[in-house]
Design a protein around this ligand. Sequence first.
Ligand SMILES: Nc1ncnc2c1ncn2[C@@H]1O[C@H](COP(=O)(O)OP(=O)(O)OP(=O)(O)O)[C@@H](O)[C@H]1O
Ligand SMILES: [Mg+2]
Length: 96
Amino acid sequence: MLNVSSLLQVEHLNVSFATQTGEVAAVRDVSFSIPESGTLGLVGESGSGKSATSLAIMRLLPPQARDHRQDHLRGSRPAGSGLMTKCGAFAALASA
Ligand SMILES: Nc1ncnc2c1ncn2[C@@H]1O[C@H](COP(=O)(O)OP(=O)(O)OP(=O)(O)O)[C@@H](O)[C@H]1O
Ligand SMILES: [Mg+2]
């Protein structure tokens, strides 16, 4: 259910990559929300999908990626700088 006070809400995000040897599932059914005044750290082993999650949020996945979403990426300021700043920081953290 959408939390209207969330800066960003991700529900059931799935990302896969088409490769020569088949489809690679990079992100499977990931859901989380970031509250207006909150932060979120995403931790996982190498290859667990941190970068793919961030790229999907920012809609920067490469062409061979399939981003299965149900249009549930929502923010209270979806086109605002606050969301992009938050996502940028999120991506930087995920890519570290
Ligand atoms: N362009 C791509 N083509 C095919 N597979 C990819 C591509 N990018 C990522 N993957 C695969 O998707 C999965 C998730 O990768 P991702 O880069 O999101 O992991 P990560 O958690 O950010 O890892 P790391 O901590 O090493 O940065 C891995 O299995 C990876 O091999
Ligand atoms: Mg990464």
